[in-house]
Design a protein around this ligand. Structure first.
Ligand code: PLP
Length: 452
């Protein structure tokens, strides 16, 4: 830090403050974690300075022998960890991993047959007419994904994201009674919509997904199954999700982030069945530029950590702790979407406290508890104010929290939400953003949160 301070003391100050904040509050953001010192240290080194476009052994730059070593290692660890035939570790983030997956499917299923038809080997050899036809074909494909308002992700075909602009999109929801995915309804939708890509995976669905059934549905309609396991990769790696609930054997392509439940550096990765490997391998230059070699090195370290028995224990604790948190909230009157959890996250509907998700989020932050507001299915408050908060256990489990600590955390959350009330909006009526939380409750909770 002294070195950083000598150049820009404000950056050093922000780093120190971030550490203090993360230590003194309860981090319950379901997509966050604490990476190990080994992972963090691996990111701060000279690999950051190296350009290495291409793939292992096939680079467009000289002097990439050490990058080859770490990229090959990271891919090998990822293959072993997830039991995948092929792994690509260059994506800089989850959105990049999904872009690589989408374009790999387009390359494999639209471009490759078009090249055969036109009698050429390379896309550069297409004549202008064939190229125009191919570009039109790229833009005329369909993707079916989980609806955003029941926990799907923006990158699964929604309009603000490039995926929504690339594909004609339709979504499947959950059963309004149970909050669970209704596989018969997914099948019916897939048969009607006939997507090129069936997408599974979520950011805010608190249950397991049956990927064997998803693959059956994909096969029935001739779709390619992409599973985005960004949120629950740690539970797959730690063998909490096995059999039909492990996506890797069933998906044609599995994408992930490396920084959420997996506890690695910020980044993404793509796993693929052999028939898609050669297309995924062209992620750079298809949609990626030079890889972040220092981050690939840290991915290798994180995947190696995730292959240990200690990581399996950690992953099982993440899931057990989510149950403890859910039970702690329920027994104190909290309403949970789907009634509980089977993974690392809990979705609490805060409307029974008479407040919005936005008010709940802010009141909890005032009290040293960091969560994020989240829509609940059929949310009357929309995606900005919302009626829910999403709570995840990966980060605090990494800090050593067990069931008792999560029960205490549930108690603090319910105390704060009970003490929070909406106030009048300046435009009249009740505000969806402003709230009142007695300062002694916030102070007492902050102290209690720091003590757990
Ligand atoms: N996919 C899912 C399911 C996610 O939850 C997220 C992030 O929240 C992403 C993709 C995007 O990851 P990143 O923020 O690394 O681009």
């Amino acid at each position: 830090l002294d070195v950083i301070r000598s150049v820009e003391p404000r950056v050093a100050g922000a780093i120190t403050q971030e550490l203090a904040d993360q230590r003194s509050s309860l981090k319950l953001i379901a997509s966050e974690n604490y990476a190990s010192p080994a992972v963090l240290l691996t990111m701060g080194n000279w690999f950051s300075d190296k350009y290495a476009e291409g793939t292992v052994g096939h680079r467009f730059y000289a002097g990439c022998q050490n990058v080859d070593t770490i990229e090959a290692l990271a891919a090998e660890h990822a293959r072993e960890l997830f039991g995948a035939p092929y792994a690509y570790v260059q994506p800089h983030s989850g959105i990049d991993a999904n872009l690589v997956a989408f374009w790999s499917v387009l390359a494999a299923r639209i471009e490759a047959p078009a090249l055969v038809e036109a009698g050429v080997k390379n896309v550069n050899d297409l004549n202008e007419d064939d190229w125009t036809t191919l570009r039109r074909a790229f833009g005329d494909q369909r993707l079916l994904g989980m609806s955003l308002d029941v926990g799907g992700h923006l990158t699964h075909g929604f309009r603000p994201n490039i995926s929504g602009k690339m594909f004609t999109h339709a979504s499947y929801g959950t059963d309004p009674e149970t909050g669970l995915i209704d596989y018969d309804a997914v099948r019916a939708k897939a048969k009607e919509f006939k997507p090129l890509i069936l997408m599974a995976g979520y950011s805010a669905y608190p249950r397991k997904v049956n990927f064997a059934t998803m693959r059956e549905i994909a096969d029935e309609v001739g779709a390619t199954l992409i599973v985005d396991m960004a949120h629950f990769a740690g539970l797959v790696a730690g063998k909490v999700f096995t059999g039909d609930f492990n996506p890797v054997p069933f998906a044609h392509i599995t994408t992930t982030t490396t920084h959420k439940s997996l506890r690695g550096p910020r980044g993404g990765a793509v796993l693929a069945q052999p028939e898609f490997a050669e297309f995924v391998d062209k992620g750079c230059p298809m949609v990626l530029g030079g890889p972040l070699s220092h981050v690939m090195a840290a991915k290798a370290v994180a995947f190696a950590e995730a292959r240990t028995p200690q990581f399996q224990t950690y992953a099982h604790n993440v899931a057990d702790n989510a149950v403890a948190l859910a039970e702690g909230l329920s027994k104190r009157g909290g309403t949970l979407v789907t009634g509980g959890t089977e993974n690392h996250l809990v979705l609490l509907d805060v409307s029974s406290f008479g407040i919005t998700g936005r008010q709940a989020e802010s009141a909890l932050v005032d009290s040293g508890i960091v969560t994020n507001r989240n829509s609940v299915p059929q949310d009357p408050n929309g995606a900005w104010y919302t009626s829910g908060i999403r709570l995840g256990t990966p980060a605090l489990t990494a800090r050593g929290f067990g069931r008792d600590e999560f029960d205490r955390t549930a108690e603090l959350i319910v105390d704060v939400l009970t003490a929070t009330s909406p106030v009048a909006a300046s435009s009249g009526g009740v505000s969806k953003a402003k709230y009142d939380l007695p300062s002694d409750v916030a102070a007492k909770t902050r102290a209690a949160a720091a003590e757990i």
